[in-house]
Design a protein around this ligand. Structure first.
Ligand SMILES: C[S@@+](CC[C@H](N)C(=O)[O-])C[C@H]1O[C@@H](n2cnc3c(N)ncnc32)[C@H](O)[C@@H]1O
Length: 811
C-alpha cells in the first residue's frame, strides 16, 4: 500500500527539527488513536501537538502504548522503518526551544503583543448550563498557558510600558535605580451567568470550539505542554463536545521547582520554571494521570494532597472551599474551584471577570510581594477563589480591601499580632481591635482608621511578656525570616531593639505599584538559552551584557575586584562622581513647595544584573547572589559610641562579599512625605536612574522605608566616606529601571566583630532632606559632620588624589 502522505509529511516536519522517525512513530500512533485520526488537529500549527507530545514522551518516559492496528498505524510502521539520525537526549530541550521559536515564527496564530493579547473567547450563553444551585462551584479550564487566541486563567493581560524611574537612597545627590514591576491581570474568560450560583470559566478555547485537550494543546506555538495537563472531564455541557477519556499515561506536571513568580503570561512560559526534574523531587507521579488538589485554608498540607485518579469529584458540601487542578501533557490545564462556604447564601452572585481580575491584582501586588522568587501560584489560585466568594457575597466592601495592606502571615501568627506603627523612637506595637488582619503601617498612622478597622497604639511597657519575648528574641531577630539566625545583644544597658516587623523581601505599600510579569520582561534581558551555571558557560550570557559581557561575581560568590573598585571610586572620588540631574526632580516635586527647586543630582552608579526565573540557568547559577539572601553570621548590637543599635559581623568577611539587601516598604516619594511628618531614620531613594530616564509621575518615583517593616539593614549605621559597605543597585526581576534591589557589599576585608557601616550620602547641611538629621558620630577621619560632632576646630585638606580630609585640631 502506498504510504499515507500525511504520515510522510509528519515525519518530514519532525525531521526538520531534528526528531527521528523512531521517536515520532509511537507518539503519532498514540495521537491518531487519541484524536480518532483527526489529522487536522495533529497537523495544525506545523504539527505543534505532535512535537509537544514527543517532548512530553521524553520527559515522562511514558511506556509506549500498544499499537493500533489500523491502516494509518500500519503506514506509520512502514514509514518509521527508515533509519534515522539519533537525536541525543541532551539536545532535547534545546530542540524544544528551537521548535517553540520556529513554530512561533511561522505558526498559524498571530503572535502575541505584550499587553494586548487578552482576548475574551466567545462563549455562547447557551453553551453554559447553570450548575445546580446546591453545587455553587466554578470551573475554569486553563489551557495553553500563553496564547493570544487562548486567554489563560493565569496569564498576563496587560503589561505596563517600561517606565524609567529611578532609584537611590534618600540621600541628597545619590542614586540607585530601578524598574517597574508590571502585574499581569488574570486573563479569565468571562462566562455570563448572573442568576446562576455556579460559574464556569473556560479559558482554553477560542470561540466556540470544543473544550478538549486536543484542541487546547494544539493552539499555540508557544505553549509548553509540560505545564498543561488534561484533567478530569467536566460534566458534559451542551454545545461542547464531550472530552475523550484521558489515557492513564498522562502525567500531572506542576511547574514549581523554580517557582513562577508572577502571573504567567499567555505567550511566555520560561523554560527555567519548568524543570521536569523537579517532578520527582516534588513527589509527583510521572507517567500517571494525576490531579493536584488544593485547599487553601491549609495550603502547605494540602499541596501535597494529590490524587492519582482521573476523578475530579464535586467537592462534598461539608468541605471548605477548595480548588483542584489537573492537566495533561497535551497542553490543557483544568482548574476547578468550589466555594462550599457559599452554600445557602442567598446573596451569592458571581462577580464579573474584570472585578475578579482587579481584586486579584490588588492581592497579588500587596500580599505576595511579587518580587519574591518563591511566589506560589497555588496560593494565588486559592485567593482567586476567595475573591470570587467575597465579590459574590458582598459587593460593598471592595474598596475597603483595595486600600489596605494585608498583614504578613507572621504578624497574624504572632502573639504581638496585628500591627506595627511608628513613634519617635521607632515602632510601637499596635493591636487592631478587629480580629481581621488588615494592617496599615503608617508613621503617624497608628490610631488611624484603616478600612473601617481601628489600629490602637500599644505602648511598649504595656506589652505582655509573651509579646515582649516575641519581639525580642535575642537568638534571632529575624524570627526565622532569613536562612541564617541573626542574634542581638546589648552589652551596655537593658534596652531592647526597637520593635519592627522583620521582612526579608520588600513589601509594596499603597500606591507604590511595583508591577511586573514575566511576559513584560523581554527575552533580550534574560539569558533564556543558558543552562546550569552561567559563570561556567562558554557562550555569552545575556545577563552579563549589562556589565560589558563579564560577570561581576567570581565563582566564590564575591564581587570581582575591578568592578567593586569602580563602584567605590564612582561613589567616593569627586572626580569620578557623575551626578545625573532630573529636569523635574521627583524628590523636589514631592516636597510640594511653591517654587520647584532644581534637582540636586543623583549619583550615577554601576548596576548588577542577576539571572532570574526567566533565565535558562538553574538556581545555583553563580550569577545569582543577592537573591539568595543573607549568608554570613551577623549580629545586631547596641553601639557603645552613641549611635544606637548597629550591625556587626561575627565572622571575617572577604572583600566584595554580599552582606544583605536593604529591605523595607516600597513607597512612592509622595507617600513617604505623607507619612514622614516626623522624618524617618531609614528611608532610601531608589533613584539610580533618575535623571537618566526622566521620571514623569510622582507615583513612579519609589523609595524604601524600613522603619516599620524592614530587615537587618535597618540597623546599619552611617559612616562618612570610608564605610566598609557599599550599596549597589541590583536588577533581578525586570530591567525597567523603576524598581531595583539595593544590596550591600563589603568594600574591603572586614574582621569579625567589626561594625558594618555604609555612607548614607547625607549632606549634613541639607535640613530639607527627608532623612532625619543626626549628629554624626562615625569617627571617620573624613567625617563630613565634624563641626557638629565636636566643637574643636577642623582642618580640611584636599589630598593629592582629590579626596577631602578633615582633621581635628587637637588642643
Ligand atoms: C538606619 S538607622 C540605624 C540604626 C539605628 N542606630 C538604630 O538604633 O535603630 C539611622 C539612625 O541611626 C543613627 N545613626 C546612624 N549613623 C549614625 C552616626 N554615624 N552617628 C550618629 N548616629 C547615627 C541616627 O539616629 C540615624 O537616624
Amino acid at each position: 500500500m502506498a504510504p499515507n502522505p500525511r504520515i510522510k509529511q509528519a515525519f518530514r516536519s519532525m525531521e526538520e527539527i531534528g526528531i527521528s522517525k523512531e521517536k515520532v512513530k509511537p507518539v503519532l500512533k498514540k495521537l491518531l488513536k487519541l484524536y480518532d485520526k483527526n489529522w487536522e488537529l495533529i497537523e495544525s500549527e506545523n504539527y505543534r501537538v505532535l512535537a509537544d507530545a514527543i517532548f512530553e514522551e521524553d520527559d515522562s518516559k511514558v511506556p509506549e502504548q500498544e499499537a493500533d492496528k489500523n491502516s494509518d498505524v500500519e503506514d506509520i510502521e512502514e514509514e518509521g522503518s527508515v533509519p534515522d539520525e539519533v537525536v541525543r537526549p541532551l539536545k532535547r530541550r534545546r530542540l524544544r526551544k528551537k521548535y517553540d521559536q520556529e513554530s512561533c515564527s511561522h505558526g498559524n496564530d498571530s503572535s502575541n503583543v505584550a499587553g494586548t493579547f487578552f482576548k475574551k473567547p466567545k462563549v455562547e450563553e447557551d453553551e453554559l448550563p447553570p450548575a445546580p444551585l446546591q453545587q455553587q462551584s466554578l470551573q475554569c479550564n486553563v489551557g495553553n498557558i500563553g496564547t493570544e487566541s487562548l486567554p489563560t486563567l493565569i496569564g498576563p493581560v496587560s503589561s505596563r510600558p517600561t517606565s524609567p524611574a529611578p532609584v537611590s537612597p534618600l540621600h541628597g545627590g545619590r542614586n540607585k535605580g530601578k524598574q517597574t514591576v508590571e502585574h499581569s491581570p488574570l486573563a479569565v474568560q468571562e462566562r455570563p451567568k448572573p442568576n446562576s450560583h455556579s460559574s464556569q470559566m473556560d479559558v482554553s478555547h477560542k470561540g466556540k470550539e470544543p473544550i478538549s485537550p486536543h484542541v487546547a494543546s494544539s493552539r499555540n506555538g508557544l505553549e509548553r505542554a509540560s505545564l498543561a495537563l488534561c484533567i478530569k472531564d467536566p460534566a458534559p455541557e451542551p454545545g461542547i463536545s464531550p472530552k475523550k477519556s484521558v489515557p492513564v499515561t498522562h502525567a500531572l506536571v506542576i511547574p514549581k521547582e523554580e517557582p513562577i513568580t508572577d502571573v504567567i503570561p499567555g505567550d511566555e512560559i520560561p523554560i527555567a520554571v519548568i524543570h521536569p526534574d523537579s517532578l520527582s523531587e516534588r513527589g509527583l507521579s510521572v507517567g500517571d494521570f494525576s490531579i493536584a488538589k488544593l485547599n487553601w485554608q491549609e495550603p502547605s498540607a494540602s499541596r501535597s494532597e494529590r490524587h492519582s485518579s482521573c476523578d475530579l469529584a464535586t467537592a462534598p458540601e461539608e468541605v471548605p472551599s477548595s480548588l483542584e487542578i489537573a492537566s495533561t501533557p497535551l497542553g490543557e490545564v483544568k482548574v476547578s474551584l468550589s466555594y462550599n462556604s457559599a452554600l445557602g447564601r442567598s446573596n451569592f452572585q458571581l462577580p464579573s471577570v474584570d472585578e475578579l481580575r482587579e481584586l486579584m491584582e490588588q492581592r497579588c501586588l500587596r500580599s505576595y510581594k511579587l518580587i519574591d522568587p518563591n511566589f506560589d501560584v497555588f496560593k494565588v489560585l486559592g485567593d482567586m477563589c476567595e475573591c470570587i466568594l467575597e465579590l459574590a457575597t458582598s459587593s460593598s466592601n471592595k474598596l475597603q480591601e483595595v486600600n489596605v495592606i494585608p498583614a504578613l502571615d507572621v504578624l497574624k501568627k504572632s502573639p504581638a499580632r496585628n500591627a506595627v506603627s511608628n513613634s519617635e523612637n521607632g515602632c510601637l506595637l499596635a493591636r487592631m481591635l478587629n480580629e481581621s488582619f488588615n494592617v496599615q503601617c503608617s508613621t503617624i498612622g497608628c490610631g488611624d482608621n484603616v478600612g473601617g478597622k481601628e489600629l490602637v497604639v500599644v505602648p511598649q511597657h504595656e506589652l505582655t511578656p509573651d509579646e515582649l519575648r516575641w519581639l525580642h528574641d535575642a537568638s534571632d531577630i529575624t524570627r526565622g525570616e532569613e536562612k541564617v539566625k541573626i542574634s542581638w545583644v546589648n552589652e551596655n544597658s537593658k534596652d531592647f531593639p526597637p520593635p519592627f516587623q522583620y521582612i526579608s523581601k520588600n513589601l509594596v505599600f499603597q500606591n507604590a505599584h511595583v508591577r511586573f510579569c514575566l511576559f513584560g520582561i523581554g527575552d533580550e534581558s534574560c539569558c533564556q538559552t543558558c543552562f546550569g551555571d552561567c559563570l561556567l558557560s562558554q557562550q555569552l550570557c545575556t545577563c552579563s551584557r549589562h556589565s560589558g559581557g563579564n560577570f561581576v561575581y567570581t565563582s566564590a560568590g564575591v564581587l570581582k575586584e575591578d568592578f567593586l573598585e569602580e563602584c567605590i571610586t564612582m561613589t567616593r572620588d569627586p572626580q569620578r562622581q557623575c551626578l545625573l540631574s532630573c529636569v523635574e526632580c521627583p524628590l523636589e516635586r514631592s516636597k510640594k513647595d511653591d517654587v520647584l527647586e532644581p534637582c540636586k543630582g543623583h549619583l550615577k552608579r554601576n548596576v548588577i544584573k542577576e539571572c532570574w526565573n526567566k533565565c535558562g540557568c538553574n538556581k545555583r547559577c553563580g550569577n545569582r547572589v543577592v537573591q539568595r539572601g543573607v549568608n554570613y553570621k551577623l549580629q545586631v548590637f547596641l553601639t557603645p559610641d552613641g549611635k544606637g543599635w548597629g550591625l556587626r559581623t561575627l565572622e571575617k568577611l572577604p572583600k566584595g562579599a554580599f552582606v544583605c539587601e536593604f529591605v523595607g516598604e516600597i513607597l512612592t516619594i509622595s507617600e513617604l512625605y505623607t507619612r514622614n511628618r516626623e522624618k524617618h531614620a531609614s528611608p532610601v531613594l531608589l533613584d539610580a536612574y533618575w535623571g537618566l530616564t526622566g521620571v514623569s509621575m510622582d507615583e513612579e518615583a519609589l523609595c524604601l522605608d524600613a522603619t516599620c517593616y524592614g530587615n537587618v539593614a535597618r540597623f546599619i549605621n552611617h559612616r562618612c566616606f570610608d564605610a566598609n559597605l557599599i550599596e549597589i543597585p541590583v536588577e533581578v526581576e525586570s530591567p525597567d529601571l523603576h524598581y531595583y534591589h539595593l544590596a550591600f557589599f563589603t568594600t574591603r576585608e572586614v574582621e569579625a566583630l567589626e561594625e558594618l557601616t555604609w555612607d548614607y550620602g547625607l549632606d549634613f547641611g541639607d535640613l530639607d532632606h527627608p532623612v532625619k538629621q543626626f549628629q554624626c558620630r562615625c569617627g571617620s577621619t573624613f567625617c563630613r559632620n565634624m563641626k557638629r560632632s565636636t566643637s574643636k576646630p577642623v582642618r580640611t585638606t584636599v589630598l593629592d588624589d582629590g579626596l577631602i580630609r578633615h582633621d581635628h585640631q587637637m588642643n
